[in-house]
Design a protein around this ligand. Structure first.
Ligand SMILES: Cc1cc2nc3c(=O)[nH]c(=O)nc-3n(C[C@H](O)[C@H](O)[C@H](O)COP(=O)(O)O)c2cc1C
Length: 387
């Protein structure tokens, strides 16, 4: 068994174990991938303070996100096709999150359905909604999430249309993978993935197939999703969805202070400063750079979370010190899942918890709730005005 000490170790195993089209789907950004790269490199520009001779005993990472207790301020982000990284992937990731005491967010574009995940877990999870043109389907989807007792609705706002990721087009991404000479050659080297996939019945888009008229199998699904995402989404529609849901709402994909103010006006429990992990607007600024101006624009009136680029506990610490009340990991947990299934997601969370705990102690803090801006050193002009 390899010794795993960091997220990069899980990433290497993920690459070795999972078919190329799904690894590439995870490990890519749109167009030139500039935003994808800067999401991580901008975290490196921030430094942690090192304080000494401070009592480090009795440390705690426990806090709250939207009033719900979390063992550390890290949730699993919604990730489409998670069940293609590893058989029954969403169920495995949700179970790992539940045992760890952090929120799991199920994507609309998951392989395991809302009902399936609810049946295989014992605590409520969060549901992420893509807004669709088909209003009947949208209403039923929201009702299904309510019936499954999901404890928050995460409405994703930065994917009305799909950003282009070159590798997905070149690899002919589909779920399940279409058998071509090159996918067959690749699958032959990924036999343990293939064996597990053969043993599960969950290989299509569980929230869609069988729930939308005219879509009984996955063959027409690509066409359907391209046509169905709502390019006309606006704040009025968001208000309507909020009314339909009538529970905690998180608005995800905010990168601009003006949009943050709009989100605040609509009324929500939290916003997620996010650029979708660099998968949508290439050339947009990194989330960590966008955080400060957004915090200044909304004040204390709304909880501010952040994702995009988090690969370590040090990154979580930096985001929290900058003012985020919570963070989300996308690729970091998917690498764990692709590497080792449920145990790999647990490992990813353990790695991040350990890094967060030790780094926080080195900054002279014992309680994550006491971490503030004075735990970090931010270069002048880091979040300066971009004109
Ligand atoms: C493979 C992949 C699939 C994703 N699918 C979704 C999705 O279905 N819904 C959504 O709101 N965000 C989706 N995202 C974005 C994540 O929720 C999150 O914003 C992003 O992964 C954060 O960046 P990180 O991967 O650098 O942590 C996806 C991200 C990845 C990497």
């Amino acid at each position: 068994m390899p010794v795993i000490t960091c997220i990069d170790d899980l990433k290497r195993l993920h690459k070795r174990r999972t078919p190329r089209m799904f690894y590439d789907y995870c490990e890519s950004g749109s167009w030139t991938e500039q935003t994808f790269r800067e999401n991580t490199s901008d975290f490196e520009d921030i430094r942690l303070r090192q304080r000494v001779a401070v009592d480090m005993t009795g440390r705690t990472l426990e806090t709250e996100m939207i009033g719900q207790k979390v063992s550390m301020p890290v949730a699993l982000a919604p990730v489409g096709l998670t069940g293609m990284q590893c058989a029954d992937g969403e169920i495995k990731a949700a179970r790992a999150a539940e045992k760890f005491g952090v929120p799991f967010t199920l994507s609309t574009m998951s392989i395991c359905s809302i009902e399936d995940v609810a049946e295989h877990t014992s605590k409520p999870f969060w549901f992420q909604l893509y807004t669709m043109k088909d209003q009947d389907y949208l209403k039923r989807l929201i009702q299904r999430a309510k019936d499954a007792k999901c404890s928050a609705l995460v409405i994703t706002l930065d994917l009305q249309i799909l950003g282009q990721r070159h590798k997905d087009l070149k690899n002919g991404l589909s779920a399940p993978p279409k058998l071509t000479p090159s996918t067959i050659a690749d699958l032959m080297t990924k036999w343990s993935w293939g064996l597990e996939m053969l043993r599960t019945k969950r290989r299509g888009f569980g929230n869609i197939v069988g729930h939308v008229k005219g879509v009984e199998d996955t063959s027409r699904l690509g066409e359907w999703t391209a046509q169905q995402f709502d390019p006309a989404l606006d704040w009025k529609k968001i208000e309507e969805i909020k009314t339909l849901w009538d529970g905690p709402v998180i608005l995800k994909g905010i990168l601009d202070p003006e949009d943050a103010v709009m989100a605040q006006k609509v009324g929500c429990d939290a916003i997620v400063v996010s650029n979708h992990g660099g998968r949508q607007q290439d050339g947009a600024i990194s989330s960590i750079r966008a955080l400060d101006p957004i915090l200044q624009s909304v004040g204390d009136d709304v909880e501010v979370h952040l994702d995009s680029g988090i690969r370590s506990g040090q990154d979580v610490l930096k985001a929290v010190a900058m003012g985020a009340k919570g963070t989300y990991i996308g690729r970091a947990f998917v690498h764990g899942l692709g590497a080792q299934g449920e145990a790999g997601v647990t490992k990813a969370l353990e790695v991040i918890r350990n890094e967060l705990d030790i780094s926080m102690a080195f900054t002279g803090r014992r309680d994550i709730k006491d971490v503030t801006r004075d735990s970090i050193l931010v270069p002048e002009g880091f979040s300066g005005t971009w004109v």
